[in-house]
Design a protein around this ligand. Structure first.
Ligand SMILES: [Zn+2]
Length: 274
C-alpha cells in the first residue's frame, strides 16, 4: 500500500503566537516523532503550489479571498477574535490547500492509496465569505471541489471527527447531494452549529449528518456510535472517495474540549473507516 504524508515548511511560518492553541508546535511534534521512528523519509511527499486565487473561488467569495490577502500585507492582523494572520500566513494557507489538492490528485491517479495532509492553518470553520476559528481557507472543502471538477466524482464523503463542528464545510455543500458531510462533535461547543436536525437543504437534504456527544462522554460510547453511524452512512452513500477532517481535539488530553478519546481510539476509528 502506498501512503504519503504531505507537508511543507511554509506551515511553520503561519505565526499565531505561542500561547495560541493552534500553533506550529502541533506540526513540529508530529514531524519529530515520525523522524525519530525513521518513518519520515518513507512517507514524506513535498507540496507544490497548485492553489490559485481562481481555484479558491470554487469555495470562497472574492471578497473573502481579497480580505485574507490584504490582511497578510498589514500583518500582524486578526480576522476574528481568535484567527490571527501573520506576514506569511497567506503562503501557508495556499500551500495547505495545495497539499489537499495534491493528495487527492495522487490518490486519484493511483500514485498513492491513502494520504495524510499535515497542514496548517486548518480549514473546517472557514465559511465561503469569512475566516473564523483559526481557519482561513477551507482545505477539505477545496479538496472536495477538486474531486468534483477535475475528476467528476459525485459521491464524496467528508467525515469530520474534529471535536468542533465544521460549520464552513457543512455550509459549502449543504444543498449539494454529491458531497455527504458527516460530523461527530461535542455539543454544546464552539461554533454552536451542527445540531442533529441540520440535515441539508434542497437537493442536499439528507446528505448532512451531525452526531453530537455531551461533554465527558466516555470513549467506548463514542466509538460505538461512531462505528454504527459511519457504517450506516457508508452503506447509504457508497462513497467513491473519503476525506477525513482529522482534528485530534476529541482526545482526552485536549484542553479545549471535554471528550475522552485516547490515541488508540483514533487508530481504531481510522481502521474502521479504511
Ligand atoms: Zn477543533
Amino acid at each position: 500500500m502506498a501512503f504519503g504524508l504531505f507537508y511543507d515548511e511554509h506551515f511553520i511560518e503561519h505565526k499565531t503566537g505561542n500561547s495560541h492553541p493552534e500553533n506550529a508546535r502541533r506540526l513540529k511534534v508530529v514531524k519529530k516523532r515520525l523522524e525519530s521512528e525513521g518513518l519520515w523519509p518513507k512517507i514524506f511527499r513535498p507540496v507544490t503550489l497548485r492553489c490559485t486565487p481562481e481555484f479558491l473561488e470554487k469555495n470562497h467569495t472574492r471578497h473573502h479571498i481579497n480580505r485574507v490577502f490584504a490582511s497578510c500585507k498589514t500583518a500582524p492582523h486578526s480576522l476574528d477574535s481568535d484567527t490571527p494572520v501573520s506576514e506569511h500566513s497567506c503562503e501557508a494557507a495556499m500551500m495547505a490547500v495545495s497539499a489537499s489538492v495534491e493528495a487527492t490528485n495522487q490518490v486519484m491517479e493511483g500514485q498513492l492509496d491513502r494520504a495524510f495532509c499535515l497542514v496548517r492553518p486548518p480549514g473546517h470553520h472557514a465559511e465561503k465569505d469569512r475566516a473564523m476559528g483559526f481557519c482561513l481557507f477551507n482545505n477539505v472543502a477545496l479538496a472536495a471541489h477538486n474531486l468534483l471538477c477535475s475528476f467528476k466524482l459525485d459521491r464524496i464523503l467528508i467525515l469530520d471527527w474534529d471535536v468542533h463542528h465544521g460549520n464552513g464545510t457543512q455550509h459549502s455543500f449543504y444543498a449539494d447531494p454529491r458531497v455527504f458531510y458527516l460530523s461527530f462533535h461535542q455539543w454544546p461547543l464552539y461554533p454552536g452549529s451542527g445540531r442533529p436536525d441540520e440535515t441539508g437543504e434542497g437537493a442536499g437534504k439528507g446528505y448532512t449528518r451531525n452526531v453530537i456527544f455531551a461533554p465527558g462522554t466516555g470513549n467506548e460510547d463514542y466509538l460505538k456510535t461512531f462505528k454504527q453511524v459511519s457504517t450506516e452512512v457508508f452503506e447509504f452513500f457508497q462513497p467513491q472517495f473519503v476525506l477525513i477532517s482529522a482534528g485530534f481535539d476529541a482526545h482526552r488530553d485536549d484542553p479545549l474540549a471535554q471528550l475522552m478519546l485516547t490515541s488508540e481510539d483514533f487508530r481504531e476509528m481510522t481502521r474502521h473507516v479504511v
